[in-house]
Design a protein around this ligand. Structure first.
Ligand code: NAD
Length: 428
C-alpha cells in the first residue's frame, strides 16, 4: 500500500515539484527491478525529517525568525550525506527530493553513505557576512542532535559556501570541546578541506560529458558547442574546465539571465567579470538572452547547472542540443525525459553527472578521519576512476535492459540499496 505523504504522492501535475519528480523516477525504476514489495515501499519514504524555527539577530538589533530543514532519506548504506541549500525557494518537498537523490547518487558511485539534504528559507544575498555567520551557526547548533562524522555529514549546495562549512565545523567543535573537521565537507583547505573539492562537481560534469561524447563518436572538441545554465559553483567550474580542454562555450547564465556568443565566450574573461561584479549582467562581447532562451540555443551539449525543474514538457520540444549533461539535481521532469527520449536527445543523469562533488566530499571525510591528506593529482585520479567506472556500469545496464541512462542509473542505485536493506533486515 502506498500511503500519502502530504500532497507530493499525488499524481504528477504540470508544475514541476521536485519530490513528485523524484518519486515518479523511483516508481518507474522499481517497476523494472525484481525487488521485494516491502523493500520498495520502505525506500520510498524519508527516514527522518527535521524542521527548525530559529532566531537570528540582524545587524540593526532586531530578531528575525528563520525556518530550516534537514531530511535523512536513508542510512542503509552508511551515515547520511548531503548539502545544505540557502534559498527562498526551499520547501520540505524540495529537501525530501534532494535527500532521496543523494541516496541513489551515493549508491550509484559506491560510496558508503546514505542520503540527506538540508535547507534554510533565506536569500543569502540579502544578509551581511555577520548575519550569515549567526544564521549558519544557529542552524548548525539546531542540527547537532542529528549531525556527526558517523551519523550525518553536511556539505555546500546552492547558496552556501566553503566559509559557511567552516562555521558549521567550528560550531560543532566548540559544542563537543575539540576539533572535528570530518563533521562537514566542502570546507576551506586550511581547516581540513580537500584539494579539488570546490572544482569537483563541475569537473565531474565535464568528465562525464567527455565520456558520453567519446562513446558517441563526437571527438573534435573545437566543434562541440556547450551551453551552461547556472554560473555558480557547478556551472562556473564546468565552464572553466571545458574551456581549458578546448570546448567552445557559447552560452552561460545566472539568475539574472544569460549571455550568448556563437563564436565562443572568453570564459576566463567572463569569470573575471563575475568575480568583480557578482553578476553576468553587462558582461561584454556577448548578446543578452533570457534563461528560457538559453535552454533552446543551438549547441551540441546543454548543461543545466542551476536548479531543478528547468527542462519541462513545455521547452523539451524546442531544445536543440544533441546531449544533456545534468549538473543540477533534478533539472528535467519525467514528462520532459519522455520527450527527449522520443527526440533521440542523449541525457547523462544528475546522479551520475554531478556525483563528482560527493565523491571528493567522501575523499575529504576520509582524509579528515585519517588526518592524512592527499595531493591534488591523487584526488583527480581517483575522481576520474570512480566516475568512469560508474558511467560504464550505468551504460552497461542501459544496454542490457534497453533503457535510457536515467533509468539505468536509478535501477543500479536502487537495486544496491534494496539488496543491502534485505541483508540488514527490518529492525526490530
Ligand atoms: P550556486 O549557488 O553556487 O550557483 C547557482 C547558480 O544558479 C548561480 O549562478 C545562480 O545565479 C543560478 N541560478 C539560480 N536560480 C536560477 C534560475 N532560476 N535560473 C537560472 N539560474 C539560476 O549553486 P551550485 O552549488 O552551483 O548548485 C547548482 C546545482 O547543482 C544545484 O541543483 C545543486 O543541488 C547541484 N549540485 C551542486 C553540487 C555542489 O558541489 N555544489 C553538487 C552536486 C549537485
Amino acid at each position: 500500500m502506498v500511503v500519502a505523504l502530504n500532497n507530493a504522492h499525488a499524481a504528477i501535475d504540470t508544475i514541476p515539484n521536485a519530490y513528485q519528480t523524484a518519486l515518479a523516477q523511483y516508481d518507474r525504476a522499481v517497476q523494472r527491478l525484481n525487488l521485494d514489495e516491502n523493500v520498495i515501499e520502505y525506500m520510498r519514504w524519508p527516514r527522518r525529517e527535521f524542521t527548525v524555527n530559529f532566531p537570528v539577530k540582524r545587524d540593526n538589533g532586531k530578531i528575525e525568525m528563520f525556518t530550516g530543514y534537514r531530511v535523512h532519506h536513508s542510512t542503509v548504506m552508511g551515515p547520511s550525506k548531503g548539502g545544505i541549500r540557502y534559498s527562498l525557494d526551499v520547501t520540505l518537498d524540495e529537501v525530501r527530493a534532494l535527500a532521496m537523490w543523494m541516496t541513489w547518487k551515493c549508491a550509484l558511485v559506491q560510496l558508503p553513505y546514505g542520503g540527506a539534504k538540508g535547507g534554510v528559507l533565506v536569500d543569502p544575498k540579502t544578509m551581511s557576512l555577520g548575519e550569515l555567520e549567526r544564521l549558519t551557526r544557529r542552524y548548525a547548533s539546531e542540527l547537532i542532535p542529528l549531525m556527526s562524522p558517523h551519523s550525518d555529514i553536511p556539505a555546500p549546495d546552492m547558496g552556501t559556501t566553503a566559509q559557511m562549512m567552516a562555521w558549521i565545523m567550528d560550531t560543532y567543535s566548540m559544542t563537543v570541546g575539540y576539533s572535528v573537521p570530518a563533521v562537514v565537507t566542502g570546507k576551506p583547505v586550511n581547516v581540513g578541506g580537500s584539494l579539488g573539492r570546490k572544482e569537483a562537481t563541475g569537473r565531474g560534469v565535464i568528465i562525464c560529458m567527455m565520456e558520453a561524447l567519446k562513446r558517441r563518436g563526437m571527438a573534435n572538441r573545437g566543434d562541440i558547442r556547450v551551453v551552461i545554465q547556472g554560473f555558480g559553483n557547478v556551472g562556473s567550474h564546468a565552464a572553466a574546465y571545458a574551456h581549458e580542454l578546448g570546448f567552445k562555450i557559447v552560452g552561460v547564465s545566472d539568475v539574472s539571465g544569460g549571455i550568448y556568443n556563437p563564436r565562443g565566450l572568453d570564459i576566463p574573461a567572463v569569470l573575471a567579470y563575475v568575480a568583480e561584479t557578482g553578476t553576468l549582467t553587462g558582461c561584454p562581447n556577448a548578446d543578452r538572452v533570457t534563461n528560457a532562451e538559453l535552454l533552446t540555443l543551438p549547441c551540441e551539449v546543454l548543461i543545466p547547472a542551476a536548479m531543478e525543474g528547468q527542462i519541462t514538457k513545455h521547452n523539451a520540444p524546442q531544445i536543440q542540443a544533441q546531449m544533456i549533461v545534468e549538473g543540477a539535481n533534478g533539472p528535467t521532469t519525467p514528462e520532459a525525459d519522455d520527450i527527449l527520449n522520443e527526440r533521440g536527445i542523449f541525457l547523462v543523469p544528475d546522479i551520475l553527472a554531478n556525483a563528482g562533488g560527493v565523491i571528493v566530499s567522501y575523499f575529504e571525510w576520509v582524509q579528515d578521519l585519517q588526518a592524512f591528506f592527499w595531493d591534488e593529482e591523487e584526488i583527480y585520479r581517483q575522481l576520474q576512476r570512480i566516475l568512469l567506472r560508474s558511467y560504464d556500469m550505468t551504460a552497461r545496464t542501459a544496454e542490457d535492459y534497453h533503457v535510457d541512462m536515467r533509468m539505468a542509473a536509478q535501477m543500479t542505485a536502487i537495486r544496491r540499496v534494496g539488496e543491502a536493506l534485505m541483508t540488514r533486515g527490518f529492525y526490530p
